[in-house]
Design a protein around this ligand. Structure first.
Ligand SMILES: N[C@@H](CCC(=O)N[C@@H](CS)C(=O)NCC(=O)O)C(=O)O
Length: 216
């Protein structure tokens, strides 16, 4: 069966590639697995039919041969385990790559998401400016640490793997914040990810959903 993923019918980021179905599309493109997309509205995401797939009423989900998955990291891991190309074959290297997947989602993404939620939801609060300074610094701490570890390498752990795929998508969430700019190796790292043909195909497919529905 061709896997089916879910994505926003009308993405709040206007197709800038921040919705998390991008990670799944990118992983599927990297391994050459065709997929179908079911678009869902915000209302549909909260209805029982979608919640049967995703307990938290979100995207992305993934369905394939009786398997239903939610959580972008779990889906990317599943794709990477099922196909060659996104995880090293040796057990040790595979475990290291998996550690970077968790690092991207558990250590680097949370302060970035907290900051971006504050910029959306707390902008009109009297304490916003003060809080933003704190949130920015939390993000900077992680970026400094990641930048130090990456050094002059192209990728985090040898060849490009699913850990890089997730890390690049996480760092892309800082687009427009200016926070990534002082870290040249990280901006180049993100650019390397975005230059991959599989990324470009995934990005174009996600953007097409938005532009098809919002012509002009
Ligand atoms: N930890 C989840 C987060 C999923 C998530 O936040 N999805 C967003 C889109 S990127 C969503 O569906 N937002 C709408 C909502 O929460 O109502 C994952 O990585 O899949």
């Amino acid at each position: 069966m061709t896997p089916i993923i879910t994505a926003f019918e009308n993405s709040p980021d206007r197709g800038r590639g921040l919705a998390r179905d991008l990670r799944v599309r990118w992983a599927l493109e990297e391994v050459g697995q065709p997929y179908d997309v079911r678009l869902v509205s915000f209302r549909e995401m909260k209805e029982p039919a979608h919640r049967r797939l995703h307990p938290f009423g979100q995207i992305p989900t993934y369905e394939e041969d009786g398997l239903a998955l939610f959580e972008s990291g779990a889906i990317v891991l599943h794709v990477a385990q099922r196909h060659a190309g996104l995880l090293p074959t040796s057990g040790t290297a595979r475990a290291r790559a998996t550690a970077w997947m968790f690092a991207a989602l558990n250590t680097v993404e949370p302060p970035i998401v907290e900051r971006s939620m504050a910029t959306i939801l707390e902008r009109d609060k009297p304490w916003y400016a003060e809080r933003l300074v704190i949130l920015d610094e939390r993000v900077r701490v992680r970026l400094r640490e990641l930048s130090t570890r990456l050094g002059d390498a192209d990728w985090l752990e040898g060849d490009f793997n699913a850990g890089d795929l997730l890390m690049v998508t996480v760092l892309r969430r800082l687009e427009g914040s200016g926070l990534l700019d002082p870290f040249r190796n990280l901006t180049e790292y993100v650019a390397r990810g975005e230059a991959r043909p599989a990324y470009r195909r995934a990005f174009a497919a996600q953007l097409a959903v938005f532009t098809d529905r919002n012509p002009g």
